[in-house]
Ligand binder design. Sequence first.
Ligand SMILES: [Zn+2]
Length: 302
Amino acid sequence: MNAEERVGIDVGGSAIKAGRIARDGQIRAEQTWKTPHFERGPAHVLDGIAELARSLGAREALGIGVPGLLERARGFVVESPNLPGFRDLDVRGELARRLDFQPANIRVENDANAAAVGELWLGGAHGERDALLLTLGTGIGGGLILNGELFAGEGMAGEVGHVVITPDGQPCGCGRRGCVEQYASATAARRRALEAKLPREAPGDLELLAARARENAGPERDLCFAIGRDLGRGIGPVLCLLDIRCFVFGGGFSGALDVLEPGIRVGIDERSYGERQHAVRLVLATLGPKAGWIGAAKLAFA
Ligand SMILES: [Zn+2]
């Protein structure tokens, strides 16, 4: 590896994805580590991450994306619901020690933020000045780009999944009720499809649900509209506050964006003003599961 290349690592609850990329965006190497053995404790996982970084040729600098609540300035993971044992953990210091790097050269970032940086650099948000990446998966992850750069606030900016759209609604993992991710994440969409027994042939099958909604007017299309409208109700306040016009959708349920879009636009209209819903662009993320590690690597160039 030379100074014009960086290794990025995206730590997820079921897999760790990593790679090495050149400053011009050429991917040089890529690996997925499917068995992180989280049950053996964070020290074991950190050993594995360090080994992975070395095997990819990391020298001097490294970017790492981690799900959960971080103290970014110090590179600490405060807590991570998806990574058992990652609590008040000095990820930057522990990796710096294992790799013999300067701690300042290890960038620890929230995984959704890292994915947003990846999509801005080489994916669906390329060329945008302001954008919000929404990942429709188990929950709804969010990463905010303002003036062409990641905007993380104190660390939790862009958490669009926890915009409350229905006070006293569905309980959420964050401890509140009615968060948009309880209505429009892949998990929530599956729950709603199962409750409605849709599609009839295979209730809860989201790909089939979207296909049926695409084909004909009917209950599948109505459900996709309702899910989209709830998503739009979460996006509307973002528009009010930041006047962002580009929303980039990734994650397992984003393949249904075309059938969600009519509902999203109505939901945005309900929760924002100024007839901006028609000026809003809803686009697909293009890097898929690579977005996180690519973004983490990009951050390590800085
Ligand atoms: Zn929540």
